[in-house]
Design a protein around this ligand. Structure first.
Ligand code: HEM
Length: 525
């Protein structure tokens, strides 16, 4: 018996050594290729196993921000085309050069995403964010109408109504109070996404486990993200099988629990969708006659039509019911924290920059005398708010680079070479300060965009990314954020929180450790 145990241990150790050797060889080879081809134009970093996680942690420890390391590299090497981070496990390249960013995002169709939160396949795989190739194209065309200007207009009453519920309990006499503004804003942004998708609030719906659906939705996204990047067991599995497959096999207790929670959420939404389908069937309305007002109606109409015409349809145009749920979860995950982050960080900067605060108040007082009367068409009058958001997106974007993509072939375009063994992503903000607009780039200056724009490119500040795979929700995000800021600043005063130090760490987003970032007080009406 002991003999067999010894053999087994020896076998496992040999296997592990072979995996480590294979990975180390891959990383060393990449290092040599890139060093030879680009010299210092591609900055190469190495840290065993932890790789980019190590540099982000160090950056947070030293500079209170998980991305300061990247900023510093670009500042010290303004011509750097990319940063290559090797780990022996996951080797990742972050493109910095404008032309490289442009080419890569235009040719996105050659790449696909195969990594995300633990178990992302259970919740998001069929949604737009993770879909690829033909499936991505079909979805993007299908969804474009819902994110079109005209459709977005119809969400304005929902946005205004939800915004007005904001902090309804806070009384004027409470004076200035600390507030977890992220939490409050996220409740609103996720509620707006839910109502514009399902046409109703789901705030009272509970999962089978008894936990509120909206709460579990937020928590599972965070928990599965943290598990993906911190569990040594999962990291080892991902190394052997790839992250996607590793989510599907050899589950330990923690993974089984996460998957059970995801399935619970999935089944709760499935029940809601089945009820909606049943209502349409009972009404005996011809699917062709449905005039969709919400995204769910758009989907259900299409779903019922395709059920009728399945035999004659192109199989690539047919989608499963699962996609309807994954799409909603995708919007929830991609659209709620990002939007609340934009608004919260704008508030933070306003408390630090009184002149900007005053200028914005002036614009709001002139153009939004009565919040109830502000319509979608009035939003174009808030031009200063536009550049305030642009500046927040530049300095405090929720994410610093796109999610990593992979491909099966080496990619070469002009002087850009991307080896097939790399995870590839690109930055969203240009950190170099080479042109006038980007001077003093650690400062919050919305007016910078009206400076001499020589050398400033439309690829320098791209918080919503660029190319065909840019953010489909960007206009919705900006409409929501504008109404939120206008309503908030008309009704509340903001003040700097004494002694507050902004420390942001990469979790799901690059998020403040302490979420109470400003003081607020209800204004006298
Ligand atoms: C301030 C708020 C937001 C920011 C900063 C933001 C940023 C981004 C970025 C950078 C990407 C590209 C990610 C990548 O390529 O890896 C993206 C994609 C995406 N975003 Fe947003 N987003 C915001 C709000 C929203 C909202 C409100 C929604 C939907 C309701 C949304 C839905 C999506 C989806 C579905 C994608 C994937 C698009 C595709 O692959 O075709 N986002 N977003």
């Amino acid at each position: 018996m002991i003999k067999y145990i010894v053999y087994l241990v020896a076998l496992i150790l040999t296997l592990l050594s072979l995996i480590i050797l294979r990975q180390a060889y891959k990383s060393l080879r990449l290092c040599l290729i890139y060093r030879k081809k680009y010299g210092n134009d591609v900055k190469i970093l190495f840290y065993p196993i932890l790789g980019i996680g190590y540099f982000m942690n160090q950056s947070f420890e030293k500079h209170d921000n998980s991305y300061e390391w990247m900023k510093r590299i670009v500042r010290e090497n303004p011509n750097v085309k990319a940063i290559l981070i090797l780990s022996g496990l996951f080797d990742i390249i972050i493109l910095q050069d404008e032309k490289w960013v442009k080419n890569f995002s235009q040719d996105h169709i050659l790449y696909y995403k195969n990594d995300g939160n633990f178990g992302y396949t259970f919740a998001f795989e069929k949604g737009l964010f993770y879909s690829s190739f033909g499936d991505w194209k079909r979805q993007r065309i299908f969804l474009n109408s819902s994110f079109h200007f005209e459709s977005l207009k119809s969400y304005v009453p929902i946005i205004k109504e939800q915004t007005k519920k904001l902090l309804a309990n806070l009384k004027e006499e409470d004076g200035f109070v600390k507030l977890n503004i992220f939490q409050e804003l996220q409740k609103i942004t996720s509620e707006i996404i839910t109502i514009s998708y399902f046409g109703k609030s789901l705030v009272n719906v509970k999962c089978k486990s008894g936990i509120e659906l909206y709460k579990e939705n937020n928590d599972i996204i965070q928990d599965s993200y943290i598990y993906r990047f911190t569990s040594p067991y999962f990291i080892l599995k991902a190394c052997i099988f790839g992250a996607k497959k590793a989510s599907m096999i050899y589950h330990n207790q923690a993974e089984k629990k996460l998957i059970a929670r995801m399935k619970d959420i999935f089944e709760t939404y499935e029940k809601i969708i089945d009820e909606e389908l049943e209502k349409i069937k009972m009404s005996k309305i011809d699917p062709m006659d449905i005039q969709p007002k919400t995204m769910i109606e758009l989907y259900l109409k299409e779903y019922l039509i395709q059920q009728q015409n399945r035999a004659t349809m192109n199989p690539n145009d047919i989608f499963e019911k699962k996609e309807i749920i994954h799409q909603f979860l995708t919007f929830y995950f991609a659209g709620s924290e990002t939007t609340s982050h934009l608004v919260a960080m704008t508030f933070y900067e306003l408390t630090k920059n009184q002149q900007i605060y005053d200028k914005l108040m002036k614009e709001i007082n002139e153009n939004a005398k009565d919040f109830d009367k502000v319509e979608h068409s009035d939003l174009s009058k808030f031009q200063y708010l536009d550049i305030v958001f642009k500046e927040t997106g530049r300095l405090h974007n929720a994410i610093a680079f796109t999610s990593p993509r992979v491909t099966d072939q080496d990619y070469i375009k002009e002087d850009m070479y991307l080896n097939k063994d790399l995870l590839v992503c690109h930055r969203l903000t240009q950190y170099s300060q080479q042109c006038e607009v980007l001077k003093d780039s650690d400062e919050y200056i919305p007016e910078r965009y009206s400076r001499n724009t020589k050398g400033f490119s439309s690829f320098d500040v791209i918080p919503f990314s660029t190319g065909p795979r840019n953010c489909i929700g960007q206009h919705l995000a900006l409409i929501k954020s504008k109404f939120l800021v206008i309503y908030f600043l008309k009704n509340f005063e903001l003040k700097e929180l004494p002694g507050y130090k902004l420390r942001t760490m990469q979790k799901l987003s690059n998020h403040p450790i302490d979420e109470e970032i400003v003081l607020i007080k209800r204004k006298k009406q």
